[in-house]
Design a protein around this ligand. Structure first.
Ligand code: AMP
Length: 428
């Protein structure tokens, strides 16, 4: 068998068994977050790491933890608890853990919402070394006394910023109250903003700070483009883009669940194979959509921001933001779905006149102007397509609070063009 050369990893202090797991995973060189985190975790220190998804953070915590942690007898455990905000992330972490455990022989359990309780209660009763969980379901199971966290030695809080945004931190604190105080704690967050620090500092003990991607850093392997498009023209621009650029392994982000479903029906009528993925879909529908997309059976995945963070789908050809996200950080997460772990990818954002401020917020966060889409010739971008000034400056002050509804109506009345000085003159 042609095994992966893992020399870069062996410098980090991992045992041969763990290095065998690394070889199976196909990793040759550690990523920066792995280089910085693995030795510190092996020393037993607490960690607070700012690392975006796609940086290899899952292996950064799983490899050293599974390298060190012991194994429990039947009906005991867990020794390791990983808390993560979404079901998809939990399942993804559990899958990587399973792959490593082929060599380390630890037992993994995963408890998430949206599926039946019985199999999860049974798995917990049998005992496990590692438990990966979403907060709500774990609290339910703790309430039912289906599991005990008395033996936990290592606690991982994954995507802490997302858990904060989703209002999960009170649940997380209640869970952590059940975990012994002398544990090791590893906290991962896309950003270590003051807000995240304020809410989580009490959970860690003299942590080593690891900062991989400062706030507003977009993955270097993603080429970004923006195109001004009238709101009414977005669907046809999308269809034409899929025809020109390819309709395989494409993720299209949209605002709103209904819009995702509606678009899915339109694209199917046009002959594209697609699936939608959002918060209203059941767990099994989400799993099926992801599996079909990953296998290539479905070419286009229409998603809301449920999918923008953390989900690991390799080889996404490109991402289309049919709508500009309101939250500038969501933009970074969305485009981070392509160009992962060294692959090349690109992203196209369609921006209508009333989304211009959101676009400017993104550019202010990343500190860069997103270049105009160079292959727009012949695309019908509609009557009210905004002209995006290529000389706009990401540091220019932004207008005050948006009054979205009124602004939209006003802009429509003037044919979709904003009167803002920065928003004129460029190519449409
Ligand atoms: P994560 O940030 O944990 O979601 O990982 C993102 C992607 O990077 C996953 O597809 C991993 O399989 C991949 N990955 C993690 N570590 C490495 C590595 N050292 N070399 C290559 N790919 C990696």
């Amino acid at each position: 068998m042609n095994r992966q050369d893992t020399r870069g990893f062996s410098q980090l202090g991992l045992s041969q068994k763990t290095l065998d797991a690394v070889a199976d995973l196909g990793y040759a060189e550690p990523t920066p977050v792995q280089t910085q985190t693995i030795p510190v975790v092996l020393q037993g220190r607490d960690v607070m790491a700012a690392a975006q998804t796609g940086t290899g953070k899952t292996a950064a915590f799983l490899l050293p933890i599974l390298n060190e942690v012991g194994r429990v007898r039947r009906r005991e455990g867990p020794l390791v608890l990983v808390i993560t905000p979404t079901r998809e992330l939990a399942q993804q972490i559990a899958e990587v853990a399973q792959a490593i455990c082929v060599h380390t022989h630890h037992r993994i359990a995963c408890v998430v919402g949206g599926v039946g309780y019985d199999p999860q209660r049974e798995a917990l009763r049998r005992g496990c070394d590692v438990l990966v969980a979403t907060p709500g379901r774990l609290l339910d199971l703790l309430g039912q006394e289906a599991c005990s966290l008395d033996q936990v030695e290592v606690l991982v809080l994954d995507e802490a910023d997302r858990m904060l945004d989703m209002g999960f931190l009170p649940d997380v604190r209640r869970i952590v109250a059940n975990v012994p105080n002398d544990r090791q704690t590893l906290l991962f967050s896309a950003t270590l903003s003051n807000d995240v620090l304020a809410h989580t500092q009490a959970l860690v003990h003299s942590p080593v700070r690891v900062e991989i991607a400062p706030k507003g850093t977009t993955a270097k392997t993603v080429t970004q483009y923006v195109l001004g498009v009238a709101a009414e023209a977005k669907k046809r621009v999308l269809v034409e883009t899929l025809r020109r650029e390819g309709s395989s392994r494409v993720i299209v982000f949209v605002r709103g669940k209904h819009r995702a479903d509606h678009l899915c029906r339109i694209l199917r009528k046009k002959g594209f194979s697609c699936a939608s993925m959002h918060g209203d879909r059941t767990q099994s529908q989400r799993i099926r959509a992801l599996a079909q997309f990953s296998s290539g059976e479905v070419g286009v995945l229409l998603a809301t921001d449920v999918l923008s963070r953390g989900i690991d789908i390799p080889e996404v050809a490109y991402v289309v933001n049919l709508d500009v996200p309101h939250d500038a950080e969501d933009y970074i997460h969305r485009i981070g779905r392509t160009g992962r772990a060294g692959e090349r990818g690109w992203a196209l954002t369609l921006c209508s006149a009333d989304e211009y401020d959101d676009l400017r917020r993104i550019e202010r966060l990343t500190g860069k102007v997103i270049p105009a889409y160079p292959r727009a010739d012949g695309l019908d971008v509609g009557e009210g397509a905004p002209a995006l000034d290529p000389r706009r400056n990401p540091r220019d002050p932004l207008p005050g609070k948006r009054r979205r509804g009124k602004a939209t109506a006003a802009q429509r009345a003037r044919g979709g063009r904003s009167k803002r000085p920065n928003n004129t003159g460029g190519k449409g």
